[in-house]
Ligand binder design. Structure first.
Ligand code: G3P
Ligand code: MG
Length: 243
């Protein structure tokens, strides 16, 4: 069975990385949600993809230069859907408090590829622990240094190596970190690293697939999971394949 993660929540229907998008992911029968975490000026873990708030809110400036109160005053919904004008940038804690009452899996992506956000690893691990969510959470990052710090702080937390364009050495990194999976774009499947991953028994989850035809012949049996903006559509397509 292919695990479906709602990418930034069910972000086709609802503004990405908002509570509306996470709740929609449940309605769309995703198995889990993926979200992006950064730190505010006052070191609070907040859920937002870009380093700047400009694209997804009515504000301007970088997340790292704005306090939580300033971030919380922004409208994070109207840019995508006027009906979602009440949506704000969630704190990680808000999402954890909500997800605890569901059976959803969680992928926390630490967005440290531009700014390293000193201390983010400890803050996130502490919150996952406090909410008792470590077992159903996998932490990923494009930044290997971030993943190494997470592993140093916690010997058992589930990790995934997140791959952008440079694929070389990713299987070795995953092995060194005792990561459970590699999260990659579909092109990864056509590289030598994908063969090495299969040989090493490391599962691969692909982002971002919004139509199964995008898999270009990649066998579903060769991937363990998919990140999608449209879980309901993918769920339907997967079911149709089994008929
Ligand atoms: O974690 C998968 C995916 O979210 C990585 O890319 O840019 O959407 O965070 P991005
Ligand atoms: Mg992400």
């Amino acid at each position: 069975m292919t695990t479906l993660y709602a990418h930034r929540g069910a972000s086709r229907m609802c503004p990405e990385n908002t509570m509306a998008a996470f709740r929609q992911a449940v309605r769309e029968k995703a198995d889990g949600i993926e979200l992006d975490v950064q730190l505010s000026k006052d070191h609070k873990a907040v859920v937002i993809h870009d380093e700047a708030v400009d694209r997804t809110t009515n504000g301007t400036g970088e997340v790292k230069d704005l306090t939580l109160a300033e971030l919380k005053s922004l409208d994070a919904g109207s840019w995508q859907n006027a009906a979602c004008k009440e949506e704000t940038i969630p704190t990680l804690e808000e999402v954890l408090a909500w997800i605890k009452g569901t059976d959803m899996k969680l992928n926390v992506e630490l967005k440290t590829d531009v700014y390293p956000y000193e201390g983010i690893e400890q803050i996130v691990l502490e919150q996952l622990d406090r909410y008792g969510l470590k077992e159903r959470t996998v932490i990923s990052s494009f930044n290997p240094e971030t993943l190494k710090r997470v592993r140093q702080l916690d010997g058992t937390i589930r990790l995934a190596v997140l791959v952008w364009d440079e694929t070389k050495g990713m299987v070795k990194l995953a092995q060194k970190l005792k990561a459970e999976a590699i999260h990659a774009k579909k092109d990864f499947m056509f590289t030598k690293e994908a063969v090495k991953a299969a040989q090493a028994g490391i599962p691969i989850r692909l982002y971002t697939i919004n139509d199964l035809s995008e898999l270009d012949g990649i066998s579903l049996s060769s991937i363990e999971g998919i990140f999608t903006d449209e879980p309901a559509k993918l769920r339907k397509e997967l079911a149709a394949m089994l008929l």
